[in-house]
Ligand binder design. Structure first.
Ligand SMILES: Nc1ncnc2c1ncn2[C@@H]1O[C@H](COP(=O)(O)OP(=O)(O)OP(=O)(O)O)[C@@H](O)[C@H]1O
Length: 231
């Protein structure tokens, strides 16, 4: 099955003379690792928001895992996203008042399907969270401390554990390496790819950094169109 299928998609923000996004045709198969590259302002976040169902494109068709997004209500799209998409944010978006393990468990509160998968595989969501943290080299004594006490690299790995728990079919990673130093970037890329293979997830990875394309076999380059200065 196709993980993502886009046909004649365009998005134009109010006041723009030319659509920021214009994608004739894009098909990403389940299990693929796909790199989306583009300079600042080229529309990467706009595309991710469309793929996550947060934003409706101006025109065109979008199917995720065979589901036509335009046929879903906003609340059905929210649930579909919680069940099927693990999201790693550029600034990690960990909740500072929750412990490390509580942050990892958040998707299991939003999605019964992911809580069930975590329970089926590991006995309980908490056990699945512990496994994910352990396999991402977060030391056990840190599991119940505040995320604020972790290094940037550790916070990034906690954010990855949160995206992976309950085996979502798609992982979207939005510039997840921009806060890491060069050595940690390589480690993080290899670990993320391995984890996505383990759970057979499709990986969509977004970055302005062209050098990261070497970790992927398919890519899309976005370029900001010239806007009419009169508008
Ligand atoms: N909510 C919005 N309303 C109007 N215009 C927007 C909105 N969000 C983004 N844009 C415009 O769309 C264009 C692309 O923005 P977008 O954030 O998608 O780019 P990006 O490639 O993710 O950039 P960056 O790497 O800097 O985050 C920009 O010109 C931006 O001003």
């Amino acid at each position: 099955m196709s993980a993502i299928s886009i046909d004649a998609l365009q998005h134009r923000w109010p006041g723009q003379s030319t659509p920021i996004l214009s994608i004739d045709n894009l098909h990403i198969n389940e299990g693929d690792r796909f790199f989306i590259q583009g300079a600042s302002g080229s529309g990467k976040s706009t595309l991710l928001n469309i793929l996550a169902g947060v934003l409706t494109p101006s025109t065109g068709q979008l199917s995720i895992l065979g589901q036509n997004f335009s046929q879903l209500s906003a609340s059905a799209r929210d649930q579909f996203r919680a069940d099927n998409i693990g999201y790693i944010f550029q600034q990690f978006n960990l909740l500072p008042y929750l412990s490390v393990i509580e942050n990892v468990l958040l998707p299991c509160h939003a999605s019964k399907a992911r809580a069930q998968k975590a329970t089926d595989q590991y006995g309980s969501p908490s056990k699945a969270a512990e496994y994910a943290l352990d396999s991402l080299n977060i030391p056990k004594p840190l599991f119940h401390t505040s995320v604020m006490r972790l290094s940037v690299g550790q916070q990034q790995r906690v954010a990855a554990a949160r995206a992976l728990i309950g085996n979502p079919k798609i992982i979207i990673a939005d510039e997840p390496t921009s806060a890491l130093d060069q050595e940690n970037v390589g480690h993080f890329m290899e670990t993320l790819q391995q984890k996505c293979s383990d759970i057979q997830a499709t990986l969509l990875f977004v970055s302005h950094d062209k050098q990261l394309s070497r970790f992927f076999d398919q890519q899309l380059s976005l370029t900001a169109p010239k806007q009419d200065a009169a508008l």
